[in-house]
Design a protein around this ligand. Structure first.
Ligand code: PAF
Length: 284
């Protein structure tokens, strides 16, 4: 496959976008922070099924990292990313610099509500979704794609972005892409490289606990009992758990009594050593 066009400024992106529009091409955006893996590549393939061309943004967004988080050590593998994107036929890569996105004097932010205040990631990373919502809004307005796709692995993020796009009338269709897993069930993530060999051996327990919880929900066990059991199971394997929560999949709110398993999502965030992992699955 030909190499993707590299667009390294907003001006270059705008020119490319204008040409594509004139040619009547439908653009699908895949926002990423790079360090690409099979999960990202499946999003590119997914967006290419519904758009004529895939535009992938690579930008490690500083505003979604808290000062104590891994912004400076977040893996940056640009050349390898472009090789992988060429293999899956992405047409263009938008790779702005921090100063392109946040020029001197930048002073505007999107403060999302609704699913951004569900008491999940937001309870542990209080500034995270404002950073995500701000950068994604900027990316959508810069790239003006017909469709944009985000991984379901960050399930709350996907819900927040859908909400922001709807609330701000951004004319884009937001799609979710299924989580891609390693053979042992661990959800693919750019942060998995931080795991030591021993931690990597334990990490798939996170997915096994989710599967067990889903089975218990389908079997009719009380949701708080399932959450408590999952917490104990994770802690017995050495995880420090931020939350295990069974929520309404559409709103991320607490489920109504008697909610059907198909309407529920089980979400987890837990630390293994210094690495924080998140995952989620449908209950039904
Ligand atoms: O999911 C990610 O990689 C990031 O949060 C996103 C959506 C690219 C915004 O920086």
């Amino acid at each position: 496959m030909p190499d993707p066009v590299i667009l390294d400024s907003i001006a270059a992106l705008r020119m490319w976008r204008e040409e594509r529009r004139a040619a009547g091409r439908r653009i699908g955006l895949v926002p990423t922070m790079g360090a690409l893996h099979a999960g990202h590549l499946s999003l590119v393939s997914g967006v290419k099924r519904v758009a004529d061309e895939a535009l992938v943004s690579i930008f490690v967004n500083p505003t979604q990292f808290a000062p104590n988080e891994d912004f400076s050590k977040y893996p940056r593998t640009f050349n390898r990313d472009v090789e992988l994107l060429s293999e899956v036929g992405a047409e263009a890569v938008f790779a702005p610099r921090v100063l392109d996105m946040y020029p001197e004097g930048f002073a505007t932010a999107i403060e999302p509500g609704g699913p951004a205040k569900a008491g999940l990631e937001d309870a542990f990373r209080p500034t995270h979704f404002a950073g995500v919502a701000t950068v994604v809004t900027k990316l959508l307005l810069q790239c003006l794609p017909e469709v944009a796709i985000f991984g379901e692995k960050d399930f709350q993020q996907l819900a927040v972005i859908r909400h922001v796009a709807r609330d701000l009338d951004i004319p884009v269709e937001i799609l979710g892409g299924a989580t891609v897993r390693e053979a042992d069930g661990l959800a693919m993530s750019s942060r998995n490289v931080y795991l030591s060999k021993a931690e990597r051996g334990i990490a798939p327990v996170l997915h096994q606990v989710l599967l067990g919880a889903a089975e218990a929900i389908r079997g009719g066990t009380r949701l708080d009992v399932i959450e408590g059991g999952a917490l104990r199971e994770l802690s017995s394997h050495g995880f420090i758990t931020d939350y295990v929560a069974i929520r309404d999949a559409a709103t991320l709110g607490r489920p109504e009594p008697g909610a059907r398993p198909e309407s529920l999502r089980i979400l987890v965030a837990a630390k293994l050593g210094a690495t924080r992992l998140i995952d989620n699955i449908a209950a039904g």
